[in-house]
Design a protein around this ligand. Sequence first.
Ligand code: 3BY
Ligand code: FES
Ligand code: FE
Length: 417
Amino acid sequence: MLNKVSSSITTLLDQRIEGHSLPAELYTREDVFEADLEVFFLNHWIQVGLECDIPEPGDATVIDIGSTSLILLRDDDNEIRVVRNVCRHRGSRLLDAGSTVISRLVCPYHQWTYELSGELSYAPHMGKDFDKSCRSLKPVNFRSIGGLIYVCLSEDPPVDINRIEEVMEERLAPYDLRNTKVAHEVDVIEKGNWKLTMENNRECYHCSANHPELCVSFVDLDFGFDPDSLSPEDREEAEEHFAMYAERTRTWEAAGFPSTTVEQVRNCETNFRTQRLIIAGAGESQTEDATAASSKLLGTMTRKDLGDLHLWGHNSWNHIMGDHAVTSIAIPLSAGTTLVRTKWLVHKDAVEGVDYDLDKLTHVWIATTEQDSELVARSHAGIQDPAYEPGPYSKFSEGALDDFSTWYVERMRAHGY
Ligand code: 3BY
Ligand code: FES
Ligand code: FE
């Protein structure tokens, strides 16, 4: 029987070749998954939810990341709080997965009771000398950037999240995502490593062959292309597209809507990219015919022609359009499974069947999410095969993957691997 000695994670990181996908075991090994959780999900800022998940005082929702469980809630003063879902008595979970409405947090075990501020207000049988003030629920660092909630579980959270805040508060302001509602939500468990989920999302090389619904409104050229592999006609079309892109970016900027690409993708702790993408065809929204799905536009928007404000983080992607937004987060569950949670947001006062049709709103991204899930599963399955070796990224359309894998290796090293 062969006795294979496994390489250390450091050795696997050393084996990574610039411009190539990662060595197989970085995608498939459970010890790497544990290290990834620790580094990228418990020590970096991650997008976990939305202010509109918890619109009213008393609304609470639970998010689990490995063995860590967090409660996102809105307190009586309408402030967002994020606390650990661990009772300060003997550690019981307070809330189960999912969303609920509460006036206090009562531990099901021995009824220790916490206010929505996290303070312990009732702890029976603990004696009159018991000091409740040092038994509040543990708070978690969080930021709401334009209504998108990021948390960081590190004692020393990376400060370069400030750059996302600086750039995105202004870009997101007219959409007022804080005053939206979740019209629909889908959880998909992809059969693949979380890095494959993120790599898949960072390119549109696969789009024309796999996303017929998305391609009506999405211009994959924006994600890069090789001019030499295009026919003269397609090349001309690409040139026209880029001239139009430059022109639209100028007009949008002149109208007060920041649109240029801003990214922080290497030599940084917090990874993000934003740009305002053109929507093809009717130009309004990511729907089957590229027209708006909701007649009630978001926030103070009066125009539907402002393209797709796109924002990536290392566990998220968001598309914000005049009439609705689609946000997705990825949470690793094991080396080979990843939760992808997608939400469709509309104006909080938009009424289903009156202002929007739910099928029209969700059609494109339900299909795209399923197609991407298939692709990630195929990719993970092939990577587990001994025949896999890291392959070359296209320098035209997969540059963002090279940035991502390079950042991954850099951050692992910074955390001692
Ligand atoms: O959602 C995204 O950002 C990516 C980019 C291109 C296609 N797609 C699914
Ligand atoms: Fe929560 Fe005992 S563990 S009250
Ligand atoms: Fe895709």
